[in-house]
Write a protein that binds this ligand. Structure first.
Ligand code: ARG
Length: 462
């Protein structure tokens, strides 16, 4: 078989059915720039070990440059008969460098250590882009938070009114998980930056090549991996990346679900910008939160990609098995999806208009200040157990009389409990309640200011 990387011991070429099954260029072709970078580094290692002369190295690097230029110009691409990106590029190299010189490059390396290295290089590049896009989303959330420094809203647990909180506090609660995702990407980078190149097929190379040189050339700061079997057989770094991508997706999806609910007529908390919402083909009045829904939908897809990948890895014996070719499509897909989702999501968040009047009106409803009454009683020396009962009695009284917590008269308050003196009114306000929660991490305005400052600082350092 002309151009194949193997064939010597075979009496026939591959059947068309095998070729159709085996071919991976439809998804691994995008790794070509990394494959060429690996080839350049490998040629340098071959030279320093004495297998290529300096003149040959110069010719090899020039041939690789010409091949890259020819790919970029659209003149060279993977052919039907190429099994994978590596096979296609060796065919291209032989066109550029001739069979004699081109045929020397494969010494001491295997597609097994190549592919394990290339996927790291690909993921490292994309991790930088994804981190940048996540920072932009965090910035958009932080801007919305600082644009609404003292707007209250009903805070919820179980989706029921719980306690009033600042809108800015609530929004920042969506930013912090993303900050941790950035930290995860950074931590992952240290593990991803190790270099499998030099591991060969599984056992290492007998040619005295220097894998540290290759790692340096490729910018893989972790240096060569200590075990060639592990280097070629493990994909935990890929799975971990797919996990971080899934988590980013899930964090977007949680926010998306709120935006979808907030944009309903019943809630009416936010208006979506026309540029970040869609219409209906039949209902002229519709304005739909499609970006948020796609975030919610795509997060399921990211989880599926991660699960598929984990299932592929489970039960694989050492070392390389062809199953490992199945690692790429899921993680490539998660990456592509996130890279298209994040900018749209950021635009949607940045352009949300909050109905702060409605949020303020709803904040005290549903007896959301009952905890404040109980905590006020505690400050008067009442045991919390009793304070909780008394506040609960007041809620029941108000519910029976169709009142909100701040509405009973002094007599009515005293009729519920002699401990409920008119002074309690000082805490039965949304602003009083919010300002009183001034411990670290609380919703008081001063704390939210601190929080915003430390968030900005942390993101800058990442
Ligand atoms: N295309 C393979 C992959 O993606 C790499 C080639 C290794 N093939 C082999 N027969 N050892 O994992």
């Amino acid at each position: 078989e002309a151009g194949a990387l193997w064939g010597g011991r075979f009496s026939s070429g591959p059947s068309p059915e095998l070729q159709a099954l085996s071919k991976s260029t439809q998804f691994d072709w995008q790794l070509w720039p990394y494959d060429i970078a690996g080839s350049r580094a490998h040629a340098t290692a071959l030279t320093s070990a004495g297998y290529l002369t300096d003149v040959e190295l110069g010719q090899m690097l020039e041939a690789l440059d010409r091949l890259a230029a020819s790919i970029e110009a659209g003149a060279f691409s993977a052919a039907e008969s190429d099994e994978d990106v590596h096979s296609a590029l060796e065919r291209g190299l032989i066109i550029e460098a001739g069979a004699e010189l081109g045929g020397k490059l494969r010494a001491g390396r295997s597609r097994n250590d190549q592919i394990a290295t290339l996927i790291r290089l690909y993921l490292l590049d994309h991790s930088r882009l994804i981190a940048h896009l996540v920072v932009q989303l965090i910035d958009a959330i932080a801007s919305q938070a600082s644009a609404h420094p003292d707007a209250p809203m009903p805070g919820r647990t179980h989706l029921q009114h719980a306690q009033p909180v600042l809108l800015s506090h609530h929004l920042l609660a969506h930013a912090w998980p993303l900050v941790r995702d950035l930290e995860r990407l950074r931590d992952w980078t240290s593990r991803a930056s190790a270099s499998p190149y030099g591991a060969g097929a599984l056992a290492g190379s007998s040619l005295g090549l220097d894998p540290a040189l290759v790692a340096r050339e490729l910018g893989l700061a972790g240096g060569p991996m200590p075990n060639s079997i592990d280097a070629t057989a493990s994909r935990d770094v890929v799975a971990e990346f797919a996990f971080i991508e899934s988590l980013i997706g899930i964090n977007l999806s949680r926010f998306a679900e709120e935006i979808i609910v907030w944009a309903t007529r019943e809630f009416g908390f936010v208006k979506l910008h026309d540029g970040y919402s869609t219409g209906s083909s039949i209902m002229p009045q519709k304005k739909n939160p499609d970006i948020a829904e796609l975030a919610r939908g795509k997060s399921g897809r990211l989880i599926g990609n991660l699960m598929g990948l984990l299932a592929t890895l489970k039960g694989l014996p050492l070392a390389y098995n062809r199953d490992l070719q199945e690692d790429k499509e899921p993680v490539f897909d998660s990456t592509t999806q996130l890279e298209v989702l994040l900018p749209a999501f950021t635009g949607m968040v940045a352009s949300l208009t909050f109905n702060t009047e409605r949020l303020a009106e709803l904040a005290p409803q549903g007896f959301s200040l009952a905890t404040d009454v109980a905590e006020w009683l505690v400050k008067q020396g009442v045991a919390f157990r009793d304070a909780h009962e008394i506040s609960g009695d007041l809620v029941r009284f108000c519910e029976e009389h169709g009142l909100e917590l701040h509405e009973p008269t002094d007599e009515q308050l005293l009729s519920v409990s002699p401990l409920l003196t008119p002074d309690v009114r000082t805490v039965v306000t949304v602003t009083g309640s919010i300002a009183s929660r001034d411990g670290i991490g609380g919703t008081a305005g001063v704390r939210v200011d601190d929080q915003l400052a430390s968030l900005t600082q942390q993101v800058r350092l990442l």
